[in-house]
Ligand binder design. Sequence first.
Ligand SMILES: [Zn+2]
Ligand SMILES: [Zn+2]
Length: 347
Amino acid sequence: MTIQTSICPRCGKPTEEGLCPQCRAADVRLLTCRPRVMAVYCPVCESQKRGKTWSDLKVPREDLIAELAVSAVDIHEDAKEIRVTVRSEETGLSRTNCTIEVEATLYSVPVRETCETQILWQKESCDRCSRISGGYYEGIVQVRATNRKINAYEREIATKIAEQIEETLQESGDRFSFISELEESKDGVDVTVGSQHLGQELARGITGALGGRYTTHPKLVGEKEGKALYRITYSIRLPFYQRGDVVVSRGGYFEVREIDGQRLRVFDLQSGMTRTLAEGEVERLLGNTRDAESALVVFTQPDLVGLMDPKTYQTREQSPVPWTFPVEGQPIRVLRDEEQDRLVIVG
Ligand SMILES: [Zn+2]
Ligand SMILES: [Zn+2]
């Protein structure tokens, strides 16, 4: 048996073939670093541009800096067990200096190198902000009510929903689903939207929350790259009755739970049963449970309950309702029926 040994031509240590691992590792550069990386961002919304594509920045700035710094570095392909550390220092509004330290093994020899790069931040108005500042839009969502003005509650909900849906779509990467204007007029709310997708979602979301229907009215506004360009008006009509309205029908009080066209799904505030009422059966509208007052329960008896009128502080006696249990000393919500001079328990 012969043992083949060779000797490293550089350091003279025994080795299998050619240079020994130490000398090989000493011979290669672990890192090569480009001195500069360019980072284009939108000064208005902080979107980042990669290649030709804009996207919302979803990572903290520190992580972005680390990512950009690492993108400037090439690590030798034979390196294994690589660990990278980035230190950065802002040296001006548009410059960040980065030191990248890499620890790795090369041919089983531990090595460590550092290099420097500089991130140059460049401002550019992004695709979305350019559209917004250029007045671009694809539709208007108009929120109105049937035979009445929309109320403060509906304004608030419509606005909230619009903002929530915009945020959700933007977060999912739909950059052009922006609201460029949210205007409160005396008739209702007008939402100007950057995409038909957003318009559609708003019409659905708002009628889903407040009831009613919507119709779409497209209008041809021009042509773009051979395709017809439409702007769509989403015309929302909130129903005359709203959820939480208390209506009077044949001497009974009913809370509106759902509105389906001309039919109301109602809760009988006396019996606690649910039933359907046609709009035509409604005699008058008492108010909405949102505006209920709080009345103190003074006493409870099997067939009688005493409530302190929150306006006059006098005790009113009335029959209890089977679907709720008034507790002495606790408040209960009531609506006032001025016409019948009584308090209606709404729960
Ligand atoms: Zn050697
Ligand atoms: Zn922007």
